[in-house]
Structures are given as C-alpha cells and as structure tokens.
Design a protein around this ligand. Structure first.
Ligand SMILES: Nc1nc2c(c(=O)[nH]1)N[C@H]1C(S)=C(S)[C@@H](COP(=O)(O)O)O[C@H]1N2
Ligand SMILES: [Mo]
Length: 220
C-alpha cells in the first residue's frame, strides 16, 4: 500500500466512526444547561491541551499565496490578500472552544478580523441568510448568518500572541465561539453568503445543522 492509500484508508475510517457516533447519538446527555450560570455546556469536560482535529490533511498555505474571498449574495464581493486582510481593523478577544467530541477549552486568546468587519466591507444582499465556509483541504461547513456575524466571531490569524499554527488552521481560520468547533473552518479560503441553507462536510454526515452546544445540538 502506498502512502496515499494508507492515509485515504485512515481518513475513511475516521469519517465512518464519526458518522456512526452521529447515528448512535454518542455523548448525548439530554441535560439542560444555562450559560448565564455555568461555563461548561452539557456533556462537555474541560481540557487544558488543545487537540488537533481535521481530515488528516493540513494544507501548507504561505501568507504570500493566501487569499480570502467573501462573495455570494453580497453587493461588492472581495478577495483579500494577506496585506489587505492585516490592514483591516484587528480584534482581540478570549473565547471558549466547545468541540462535539466533548472537550472544551476556556479562554483562548485570538487575534483576527471580526466577521462583522469583513461583512461590512462587502455589504450583504437582502436575501443572504446563511454562510458556507470553504477551506483549502476541501472541508466545508454551513452556519446561520447571525451566528457567523456574532460579536465574538473572527477570522483569526493569531493565538496567544503568536501566529496561528498551521495544524490549527493557520495562516487564518474562522472562530465562531457560540457553536461547536466543527463550524470553525480551518485554512479558510472562501466565505460564501447564500439564501438557502446548504449542509457542509459533517452536516451531510449526521452532524446537527446549527450546532449550538448549549442546546446540545450534536447530531440531527
Ligand atoms: N478546514 C477544516 N476545518 C475544520 C476541520 C477540518 O477537518 N478541516 N475540522 C473541524 C473540527 S471537527 C474541529 S473539532 C475543529 C478542530 O480545530 P483544532 O484542530 O484547531 O482543534 O476544526 C474544525 N474545522
Ligand atoms: Mo470536531
């Protein structure tokens, strides 16, 4: 077996086991929890490491080649290069990560461009309701526009004062703290505004369409 075959096999097994989890409702507790009182959503446990999860391919995109398109149902589509992206207003904030595989990581200090600041540049068309993020590894994920445009959502290029590591989606990734972390696309290359919802990679494989950890929306 050559390397391609073996990594394709590993990837297939990984995807199959996650699909099985979704069918079986693995990790679902059905408990309720209230963000104003608790910091850990139902069924989650806190970790202090930062696990790496992806499809086994970690694209190597240099800032010189990097581009980010924001297009679809917008008045003025844009394609930013690295310099134009870094020239946008920069936001720093600390948010919690909640992964559907039950780990949560508190107080991640991000630097990046607020999704609101990006959307302001393109001006939304009146029909835009959902966002589809496209990544360099072929991954896609869909989000309701209001979650994507939340005050604490970013396209992040820094973490704890350093450039975001490639394994975590550097040079730049989406971070949407209010949803499970599979909605936060690593190595993002395109943010597409659409009128009708269009399930992404995991959403097509049994994961919940919205993915709110406080409602324990792990699977559909
Ligand atoms: N491009 C891309 N983004 C992705 C993924 C992926 O496979 N490819 N996996 C998602 C999942 S399932 C999770 S849990 C988080 C993991 O991010 P991390 O590796 O930085 O912890 O990235 C999300 N974004
Ligand atoms: Mo995940």
């Amino acid at each position: 077996m050559d390397r391609e075959d073996s990594s394709g096999g590993i990837r297939r097994k990984l995807v199959e086991s996650k699909e099985r989890w979704a069918r079986e409702g693995r990790l679902l507790t059905g408990r309720e929890s209230r963000p104003e009182l608790e910091r850990l959503p139902p069924g989650q446990r806190e970790v202090t490491t930062w696990p790496v999860l992806d499809l086994g391919v970690q694209p190597d995109v240099s800032p010189a080649d990097w581009r980010l398109a924001v297009d679809g149902l917008v008045e003025t589509p844009i394609e930013l290069d690295w310099a134009a992206f870094m020239a946008l207003p920069q936001t720093e904030l600390a948010t919690d990560i909640h992964c559907v595989t039950a780990w949560s990581r508190f107080d991640n200090r991000w630097t990046g461009v607020a999704t609101r600041d990006l959307l302001e540049r393109v001006r939304l068309g009146p029909e835009a309701r959902f966002v589809v993020c496209h990544s360099h590894d072929g991954y896609t994920t869909n989000l309701p526009l209001d979650a994507f445009a939340a005050e604490d959502a970013l396209v992040a290029h820094g973490w704890e004062g350093r450039p975001l590591a490639r394994e975590h989606g550097g040079p730049a990734r989406v971070v949407v703290p209010q949803l499970y972390f599979w909605k936060s696309a690593k190595w993002v290359r395109r943010i597409e505004l659409v009128a009708r919802d269009r399930p992404g990679f995991w959403e097509e494989r049994g994961y919940h369409d919205t993915g709110d950890p406080w409602r324990e929306e792990r699977y559909r």
